[in-house]
Design a protein around this ligand. Sequence first.
Ligand code: PLP
Length: 449
Amino acid sequence: MSLAYDIDTVADAAPNDLEAFWMGFTANRAFKRRPRMVSRAKDMHYYTPEGRAILDGSAGLWCSNAGHNRDPIVAAIQKQAAEMDFAPTFQFGHPLAFRAASRIAELAPGDLDHVFFCNSGSEAGDTALKIALAFHAVTGKGTRTRLIGRERGYHGVGFGGITVGGISPNRRFFGSLLAGADHLPHTYDREKQAFSKGEPEWGAERAEALEGIVALHDAQTIAAVIVEPMAGSTGGLPAPKGYLKRLREICDKYGILLIFDEVITGFGRLGFPFAAERYGVVPDMITFAKGVTSGAVPMGGVIVRKHIYDTFMNGPDHVIELFHGYTYSGHPLACAASIATLDLYRDEGLFERARALEPTFADAVMTLKGKPGILDIRTVGLVAAFDMASKPEGIGKRAYEAMESAFHDQGLMFRVTGDTIAVSPPLIISESQVGELVEKVGKTIDAVM
Ligand SMILES: Cc1ncc(COP(=O)(O)O)c(C=O)c1O
């Protein structure tokens, strides 16, 4: 067995020949041949085991919105680990879980007042779908079992999430999924939307497809519609102007619950605590994860409107109202991290900062328009996506090369999907770092065209 790294010199960052770890959503063989390894992080940067700085152009995996290893978050986690490592939140409780829930609910619009905790965006998606089904069952509308997602949507990797998700490779090996689901069309049309800054003018009409789905299946069979306010994983598709409002209207007309998956768009990515506020639309549930702890400890959850929660608070009061939950729901370390993160967002005004920076960021990324092989650039909040022409070898090859080149040659981390480069830096990024980020993306594109 050949050792790719010397254990002693890289402080266990790469402890062996890398074979034991089957990495998710990764081209394992290519990665292990030429690893993109990081072992330390601070603020806007990762550092390789050799000490090379890598500008974080993706907030880790869209999660480190406050930047990395922020002192107050680190201190809160350390303090909590020393105080109480774990406590159940089934039939027992601990104060931090209640405090974290209140803080999160305070940030949500309207009467989104109650928080159900889990540990990831995938669990949040499945939890929201289960709450929707249970809500209809409890209110005597047990025929409402259909779940409606959207083409190109991503709601994690649970069976519920991939059922309503619309990214084909995430679904195709996994059988028939949940019965009865259907999908709205996605909202992207390059001819009508290319190089839009912010919400595209065209596309609200795509919401009308929900009327067709209702006509086909009958409203009485439909439990919920779930969409991302900005479809992230598929390559950054902002909601067209008016689209989400129209979905809300149609859901209201037919008694269908509307769920926003804000796992990416929550906690400042679009310049607001939740994108729901940016769009002036109150969904029935919001799923969140990632930015709630700035990625420091896994945490996810679902925020539900008062009327949904109240519906369950019925029957004898010693009886469990919802048979659902995770051992680590409201984990003390996650709650401590979350409260410290929300304090930091507030104290540093990071959501407002993202909003203020959006025009500068958008102008900067659009300077790459006109580069050979760039088919579209989209941007909203602190998100940008660059569609590159595919190589003759097939979709994804150019983007893979771009990811390698960015990391090894430019000192930059970003996400790729298909042949799209997606950029979503921590909200603490400075204006000069925006310039640096765009310059590095530009050089990377030049290198792989
Ligand atoms: C919109 C959305 N929902 C759900 C998820 C799944 O989150 P997790 O990977 O934490 O399960 C993601 C992850 O990127 C996401 O972007």
